[in-house]
Design a protein around this ligand. Structure first.
Ligand code: LCS
Length: 407
């Protein structure tokens, strides 16, 4: 049994989570001060975990370290494909050809490249909102326009507005749809019927699709992930992205899998992509896929309990908050519109008033005012303290100004 209750000190590891929040959340530098010391914050923001990566993964990296030479490296050996494709077959009943597998130092860099390779300068990228902001940034970076289709939010549950989606997909300048499957930040696991309806609209309009499935391994125990590649088995204009980074807390190793079906696009990728991989990252990813499953199953039990606990806690202490257990991800998406005005800067409020670092709706493109996103991938004791502080801050909100109000 792994010990997910262990509190691990991340100081002096150059972690974004501990050292990068001023820049990422507040666009500020180290002169920004809070009524808390940095180490006093409860950190529930960036999507990495407070849990140690599995021992089997660390052992895999250690074995590679023992080989002592770390020259230019790429995934040449078939054993990597064997490990990852066996994982996909076993967990999702999905397989892909070896030739489709390209490696990338992260899914974000892959998105940045693919938007350029796929969309001409006057073409547009479509995605569902609220959205992981890097879908928009990938369009911005390449000076492509983007179009949002707002998800419908009803009884705390999100669904696709298919009428709107079909209309936007039909615009001849819309050539690429980036799908987040499962969806960050809502945590939705798209059901087969929903994916089929999307697929129909995609094929009708000959859209390219990037299905970003980075969160697919981290679903609640009662959920089932369906790769878009399985729904559209013969569709050439599909790219699927998956990675061990979220699943095994390896984001810093910067390795991800990009399955490109179209021969021509793959040629462009291979010609232009900076095609090297970190040798330790390959070892880590391969060990994770070969030996990490038991750890993942234990993690999922722990996360399910953190989601259950969060729901109970909020029901008791913030009864007007709307919360549903996310179907996927370790991220809770909580509607606090009953307590805040739509334009309030929630990350600033909670940083100053609660000493909690979290992400707010303002960070998810649009259709997300009044929401906070909480990272629940932390030991239960940390979660309890975070929730306690959040609820107290909201419940005492009107008892005087908080320090950040003018900041
Ligand atoms: N795609 C999605 C949907 C993500 O949520 C993330 C990380 C990435 C890609 C990043 O992929 P990478 O480049 O690391 O392979 N999501 C984060 C988030 O929501 N907050 O912090 C990171």
């Amino acid at each position: 049994m792994y010990n997910f209750d262990e509190i691990i000190d991340r100081k002096h590891t150059n972690a974004m989570n501990t050292d990068g929040f001023r820049d990422y959340i507040f666009h500020a530098d180290e002169t920004m001060t809070f009524p808390y010391r940095d180490e006093e914050f409860i950190r529930m923001w960036v999507a990495d975990m407070e849990f140690a990566t599995p021992d089997v993964v660390i052992d895999g990296m250690r074995e590679r370290l023992d080989k002592r030479i770390f020259g230019y490296t790429r995934v040449f050996e078939k054993s990597y494909y064997d490990a990852f494709s066996a994982w996909c077959r076993k967990r999702y009943g999905w397989s892909f050809d070896r030739k489709e597998l390209a490696m990338s130092n992260g899914i974000i860099p892959a998105l940045y490249e693919l938007v350029e390779y796929i969309c001409k300068p006057d073409e547009k990228v479509l995605f569902l909102t609220p959205s992981y902001a890097y879908f928009k940034y990938a369009a911005d970076f390449n000076k492509r326009d983007y179009v949002c289709s707002d998800l419908i939010y009803e009884d705390g549950y999100y669904s696709v507005d298919f009428e709107d989606f079909a209309k936007k997909a039909a615009d001849e300048k819309t050539t690429l749809f980036i799908l987040c499957n499962p969806h960050n930040p809502s945590g939705r696991v798209w059901k087969e019927k929903e994916l089929e309806k999307m697929a129909e609209i995609i094929s009708k309009n000959h859209l390219w699709v990037i299905s970003d499935e980075i969160h697919c391994d981290l679903i609640r125990q009662n959920q089932k992930h369906i790769p878009m590649g399985k729904v559209m088995p013969d569709y050439g204009r599909l790219i699927t992205a998956m990675a061990p980074s979220k699943t095994f807390n390896l984001a810093g190793m910067m390795i991800s899998n990009v399955m490109i079906r179209d021969d021509e696009l793959r040629e462009i990728w291979l010609g232009r992509h900076y095609n090297f991989d970190n040798p330790l990252s390959i070892a880590a990813a391969q060990a994770a896929y070969e030996k990490g499953e038991q750890w993942l199953e234990e993690l999922r039990v722990y996360l399910d309990e953190n989601f259950r606990f969060t729901g109970e806690y909020l029901k008791e202490h913030l009864p007007k908050a709307k919360y549903r257990i996310s179907e996927a991800t370790y991220l809770a998406w909580v509607d606090l519109n009953a307590y805040f005005e739509p334009d309030e800067h929630l990350p600033l409020f909670f940083a100053y008033k609660a000493g909690v670092l979290l992400e707010g709706g303002n960070m998810f493109v649009q259709n997300s005012d009044g929401f906070i996103r909480l990272n629940l991938a932390c030991p239960k004791a940390v979660l309890k303290e975070g929730l306690k502080r959040i609820c107290e801050a909201v419940n005492t909100k009107h008892e005087g100004k908080y320090l950040g109000e003018n900041g």
